[in-house]
Write a protein that binds this ligand. Structure first.
Ligand code: CDP
Ligand code: ZN
Length: 171
């Protein structure tokens, strides 16, 4: 693979945030699905689709790397077809667009910021899941968790954030 300044590599960045609430029907929270992994928790993300902030950040990183708009343009949250949609569908569409341009994923690194739950016990399952969606080895995917030190909306468990960078290569 040519890794020089010959246009054969691309970097992409994705970021997402979802509000967290107690689970429905008492609140607006959906089941806590992150990286496609269901985690038992008293609160869950609020949003359209399944509100998987990590997969949304992954999707935007992939789209950003190939210079495409973003997840909200591809899958408008005003479209009722995307209500409760599995976010894996968004990643798969982004991966297809990456492949159509002749690129493949070199590696992907993501950070989830939430006070609770702990990401560590679930990160291997998330990496394996994302790697499967990308069609790469689990060693090319990394996911880690951070708290927000108890401050601001994320620290007060009112929101969850995900950040992602991806490197693509061609040739
Ligand atoms: O110590 P530091 O401020 O760097 O990190 P922290 O936010 O206090 O989190 C300590 C460690 O807990 C992290 O390095 C992660 O390994 C883990 N962690 C996690 O697995 N899931 C979270 N939601 C937050 C932290
Ligand atoms: Zn989202």
């Amino acid at each position: 693979m040519g890794l020089g300044a010959d246009g054969q590599i691309r970097i992409g960045h994705g970021y997402d945030l979802h509000r967290l609430d107690v689970l429905a029907p008492e609140g607006e929270g959906r089941p806590f699905v992150l990286g496609g992994v269901l985690i038992e928790h008293s609160r869950g993300p609020v949003g359209h689709s399944d509100a998987d902030a990590l997969l949304h950040a992954v999707t935007d990183a992939l789209l950003g790397a190939i210079g495409e708009r973003d997840i909200g343009q591809l899958f408008p949250d005003t479209d009722p077809r995307h209500e409760s949609q599995n976010s894996e569908d968004f990643v798969v569409e982004a991966v297809k667009r990456v492949a159509d341009r002749g690129f493949g994923v070199v590696n992907l690194d993501a950070t989830v910021v939430c006070q609770r739950p702990k990401i560590g016990p679930h990160r291997d399952a998330m990496c394996a899941n994302i790697a499967r969606m990308l069609g790469v080895g689990a060693d090319q995917v990394n996911v880690k968790g951070k708290t927000h030190e108890g401050v601001d909306a994320v620290g007060e468990e009112r929101a969850i954030e995900a950040h992602c960078v991806v490197l693509l290569g061609r040739g």
